[in-house]
Design a binder for this molecule. Structure first.
Ligand code: 5GP
Ligand code: MN
Length: 341
């Protein structure tokens, strides 16, 4: 199928409904659809992949689901999580369309995915990041909405897809994790209505919340203790950060998953407006995780200066350089955003 690049970014609810319809007619012309998301997937990436994949199956499509790093242990309880497979070596010959969910930038798919998919002719980009770079051929983007899973909830409702408990749980995990358990400003009345509909469709809310938030591996707590022991607080208490040197993960016996949400450990400090974590990934790149607690402080603006992106109050960067160099540059830009210097 020939598709010219179309930006379906809706401005009004009416626009959104039109773009869901256009996506539906495009999908009707496909038999086999791949669904993928960014590397080191979070709850929204996994929930969005699984929910859309299951919904497409219910519409009679053959579906492939994959990402570069698999399903984190904390989301493995989701029914159907095993459907999300490792990246294939070659694109399946029968795949007509690929949908990328929760992925604001093509680079976020990961190096192997980028190589695999470089020439694929029909890529749909469903996302909620304000900094989305509009890669792909069809874009369904609702910037700064609560979660990609919330966008998918709206799409599926418009398409009339039946919300099974399995599908509802996947969507609920995506929305809950990306709103910080319904704490962030992105938690609108419509998001709460969506959550209520998902509970009515059969989500076991106590079970899901226990599994996602209250079964933290010991290695993760060790890592959190390391952050508390070594964090730096500056700019009159408004800026808190921690830097993890290369090799430290191995010394502590922690995994990649244990470092995922570390920035939350420093963010909660009273008076902090910006919180950052620097992680030496040992592949020549530094991962920076940035959070703001003040709508006047945009960490997405800081991240964009270094080729990263995300949301105004939660963003990330992967940059080249030494830990010291990257930290100095990003902290200088953050101090400026905070009105220091
Ligand atoms: P985290 O700090 O949890 O890794 O990421 C926070 C947010 O920033 C997420 O919404 C994520 O999609 C986005 N993000 C993280 N790293 C990058 C990056 O390197 N580039 C872009 N464009 N977005 C990122
Ligand atoms: Mn998301």
């Amino acid at each position: 199928m020939e598709v010219n690049a179309v930006d379906l970014c809706g401005k009004t609810e009416y626009d959104n409904l039109r773009m869901y319809e256009q996506l539906y007619s495009c999908i009707q012309q496909c038999d086999t659809i791949g669904v993928t998301s960014h590397f080191r997937p979070d709850g929204d990436a996994i929930g969005s992949t699984l929910a859309l994949g299951l919904a497409l199956q219910s519409l009679g499509k053959k579906v492939y689901m994959w990402n570069e790093d698999g399903v984190p242990a904390r989301y493995a309880f989701l029914e159907g999580a095993e459907l999300i497979q490792p990246l294939p070596d070659t694109i399946p010959a029968d795949m007509d369309m690929l949908v990328c969910v929760d992925t604001g930038d093509w680079k976020r798919l990961g190096d192997a995915s980028q190589r695999l998919l470089a020439d694929f002719p029909l890529i749909v980009n469903i996302d909620h990041h304000g900094t989305n770079t509009r890669y792909g051929h069809l874009h369904v983007i609702e910037p700064e909405t609560a979660a990609c899973a919330f966008v998918i909830f709206n799409i599926l409702r418009e398409w009339g897809v039946l919300l099974t408990p399995q599908l509802a749980t996947a969507l609920y995990v995506g929305i809950s994790t990306d709103t910080g358990s319904f704490q962030y400003g992105s938690t609108t009345p419509a998001v709460m209505h969506a959550a209520a509909e998902l509970l009515a469709a059969g989500v076991d809310v106590a079970d899901v919340n226990r599994r996602v938030y209250q079964e933290i591996p010991y290695s993760s707590l060790l890592m959190q203790r390391e952050v508390l022991n070594n964090m730096v607080v500056e700019a009159d208490g408004q800026l808190a950060h921690y830097s993890m040197p290369a090799g430290r993960k191995a010394e502590l016996g922690v995994t990649l998953e244990d470092t995922k949400d570390l920035v939350d450990v420093v963010r909660v400090l009273q008076g902090v407006r910006a919180a950052l974590i620097f992680e030496d990934l040992e592949d020549g790149r530094i991962r920076v995780s940035l959070r703001s607690k003040d709508p006047a402080v945009s960490v997405a603006a800081v991240a964009s200066l270094f080729g990263g992106g995300g949301h105004a109050m939660a963003s990330g960067i992967r940059m080249r350089g030494t830990l010291e160099e990257c930290r100095a540059q990003v902290l200088a830009a953050t101090r400026k955003e905070l009105g220091y210097e």
